[in-house]
Design a protein around this ligand. Structure first.
Ligand SMILES: Cc1ncc(COP(=O)(O)O)c(C=O)c1O
Length: 411
């Protein structure tokens, strides 16, 4: 059989073709996968049975009995949770449930961005945000970070520079509460300064609070959305990191006039209803008790990862202890190019995220890597880091000591 040739018919400007999935690597440090052992499976099973027995027939209508914003009990839970944890006062009708927060990113971008626009974004940031901006032809100006997140002196300078060139950025995208990939939390004082600068320049803030539930000590400053006196903040969040990414449930918090412009762009006739119903049923009684169990497990894995890196790489691996989340942002010596490390590491069964793909500045990201520690077991973390050190030494001569053993003597 000859296959039909679609190539001449393809729309212009498509992204490169996907490669076929061949299973997870043995030592998987990529993506934002969660810890399978801490998935609250029994309670989710019970929630699914209970909610379907009670309300299953509402599946016969698009949007259940809740309308296009998403399952009402889930939005009700979110409204009270956001008030309690992030200080956000919003009505359930100011929350739009999305198919993961990736759809939230797409909707905010669709609402605000056109080819040639400029946005400000943390210098190291979520790859999914960067690739979207690149595909939209939007100029992403990176703002350096320090231990407290986006640096306000650098933001002020970038805003002034753009103003001088007659450019009004469409938004400032920030992950202020457990930043991806650096794991920092922006202080309340810095949040005030960010809001002040944004208001002074008439630029909205796009706040991505994807990891805000995963803080080791559970303490966080209020959300920018909550602190803002004059609006101008769009807030997004997700259940991917607190419960499970495969559920694909995220949300947008915005004033109704913003959501009213966004809803017509959400052309999927509603996000998957079953997962919203199950989460709505699960969260009210169980969410708060689930979180500390999850974060304790994540913290233990982070410690295993940091110990393994210290043991295998010694001073060649530099990192700050993140305040929460599922990632460690690691700086290797300048000689290492993590994009070139990627393939040989993968061939040895270790997948890593090269830093250049998580940065607006390839030279800053070149010898950095993001390691996700949530999914691999403690044993896989230890073995994977040992393998990575072996490959890295073979390819770049770094580290010159592995597991505190002088390798040069053996070579
Ligand atoms: C900062 C950030 N925002 C959004 C997302 C998208 O997550 P999801 O669509 O699973 O909610 C991720 C995923 O890793 C992320 O790191």
């Amino acid at each position: 059989m000859t296959t039909f040739d679609f190539a001449p018919l393809l729309a212009p400007g498509l992204p490169p073709p996907a490669v076929k999935w061949t299973g997870f690597p043995k030592y998987n440090f990529v993506g934002g996968h969660n810890d399978a052992d801490h998935l609250p499976l029994d309670a989710l099973l019970k929630a699914a049975t209970d909610v379907l027995a009670r309300e299953g027939r509402t599946l016969a209508t698009y949007g259940l009995a809740s309308g296009p914003l998403g399952y009402r009990p889930l939005r009700g839970f979110l409204a009270q949770k956001l008030k309690r944890t992030a200080g956000i006062s919003c009505d359930a009708d100011e929350i739009l449930v999305t198919s993961g927060s990736l759809q939230a990113l797409d909707l905010v971008n669709a609402l605000l961005l056109a080819r040639g626009d400029t946005v400000l974004i943390e210098q190291a940031t979520y790859q999914g945000a960067l690739t979207r901006l690149a595909r939209l032809g939007v100029n992403a100006v990176g703002v350096p970070l320090d231990a407290e997140g986006m640096r306000m002196d650098a933001l002020a300078a970038a805003l002034d520079d753009l103003k001088r060139c007659g450019v009004r950025p469409k938004y400032i995208y920030t992950i202020p509460t457990v930043q991806n990939p650096t794991g920092t939390i922006m202080s309340a004082a810095r949040r005030h300064e960010l809001l002040r600068l944004a208001a002074e320049h008439g630029v909205p803030i796009f706040e991505d609070d994807c990891y805000a539930d995963l803080i080791w000590d559970g303490r966080r400053p209020p959300a920018l959305y909550a602190m803002s006196k004059q609006g101008g903040v769009i807030h997004i969040g997700s259940f991917s990191k607190s419960i499970a990414p495969a559920l694909r449930v995220g949300y947008i918090v915005a004033e109704w006039d913003v959501l009213a412009r966004m809803l017509p762009l959400k052309t999927d006739a509603g996000s998957g209803a079953l997962e919203q119903m199950v989460l709505g049923e699960f969260c009210a009684p169980h969410f708060d008790a689930h979180l500390p169990r999850l974060t304790r497990g994540l913290r233990a894995k982070l410690e295993t990862l940091m110990d393994a890196l210290n043991e295998q790489f010694g001073t060649a691996a530099e990192f700050d202890d993140p305040k929460g989340g599922i990632f460690l942002w690691v700086k290797l010596p300048d000689a290492v190019d993590t994009q070139k490390l990627f393939q040989p590491a993968l061939a040895a069964g270790v997948s890593i995220n090269p830093g250049a793909e998580w940065s607006t500045d390839a030279s800053y990201g070149k010898s950095r890597t993001r390691l996700c520690f949530a999914n691999p077991s403690h044993e896989a973390i230890r073995a994977g880091v040992a393998k990575l050190a072996e490959v890295c030494r073979r390819e770049f001569g770094v580290p010159d000591r592995i597991a505190n053993v002088e390798q040069r003597a053996r070579a």
